[in-house]
Design a protein around this ligand. Structure first.
Ligand code: HEC
Length: 258
């Protein structure tokens, strides 16, 4: 080996140094393989995919033993558990009416009297209020035209706040529904409802009033709005068993309340 050849390596200082120190390896060189990182052979991937396709196909066509009939005991009749029909329970006309009233209440009265009907501060409660459980005429007057001035509700005095008239915000049907809801929900009254016809009449009689009622202007506590109760309302009675059509409108207040 001539001296020239012998020194050749030293002419490529960078690469030699790099190689010996393990740094600056040229990117064209493959890194030393480390154990555990050997590439997965392509043929094995292909074989696996092929087996999965075959397996899936045979499961799909033959049921693979997982069919319902394979695990069925003889004599077993599949049926839904009692009380679980998969259908929503049928609502009675009364329930539907009350639900419609709840929607009106939420849209119109909720902000002041609260969802609980307990009121807040100077806004009086509706729960068990004598203004909702007694005469429907004065209740309708309040809803249609609002209320101002001192009023006593369940023994407590109010009067600092004013209730605005609601006659422009809701129509006769909504007045009837929301009154029915309030009487039922907060007064527990389920044997009579306020009908659209009653509300219509109330609007004719009292709707022209320019400003709010004061408590002393309201109708007497026992005056009810005139009108027939609807056919679908059948009050609970102990002596007559519900029969035929009336079975569908039998009212169970406990069920509606939840
Ligand atoms: C802007 C707030 C507000 C809204 C909305 C409102 N009220 Fe009132 N309500 C009051 C206030 C305030 C009073 C008490 C007025 C007073 O002190 O003279 C009152 C009084 C009443 C009363 C008589 C007192 C009592 O607590 O029993 C009834 C009944 C009533 N509201 C029902 C309703 C119904 C039903 C609605 C929805 C259709 C409604 N209010 C919407 C504020 C409101």
């Amino acid at each position: 080996m001539s001296e020239e050849q012998e020194n050749r390596d030293y002419d490529h200082k960078a690469s030699v140094r790099g190689f010996t120190s393990g740094q600056n390896l040229s990117s064209e060189e493959n890194p030393k393989p480390t154990s555990g990182q050997e590439p997965f052979p392509v043929w094995l991937i292909l074989v696996s995919v092929f087996l999965m396709i075959i397996g899936g196909y045979s499961l799909g066509t033959s049921n693979g033993g997982f069919g319902f009939s394979n695990s069925l005991q003889s004599g077993y009749e599949p049926s839904a558990p009692a009380g679980l029909t998969g259908k929503a329970p049928e609502l009675s006309e009364f329930e539907k009416y009350v639900n419609a009233g709840e929607a009106v209440y939420k849209a119109v009265c909720n902000g002041c009297h609260q969802a609980t009907g307990q009121g807040q501060g100077q806004i009086p409660p509706l729960v068990e209020s004598e203004w909702i459980t007694q005469g429907t005429e004065r209740f309708a007057q309040i809803v249609l035209n609002g209320l101002t001035g001192p009023i006593t509700v369940k023994g407590a005095s109010y009067g600092a706040a004013v209730m605005p008239a609601q006659k422009g915000a809701i129509n006769d049907k909504q007045v009837a529904q929301v009154m029915t809801y309030v009487r039922y929900k907060f007064g527990n009254i389920s044997d009579s409802v306020v009908t659209k016809e009653m509300a219509e009449l109330a609007r004719q009689k009292f709707g022209d009033k320019a400003n709010q009622y004061t408590a002393s202007e309201l109708s007497a506590e026992d005056v009810m709005l005139e009108g027939e109760q609807p056919d679908w309302l059948s009050p609970e009675s102990d002596d007559t068993e519900a029969e035929g059509d009336s079975a569908a409108i039998f009212i169970d207040p406990e069920q509606i309340k939840s």
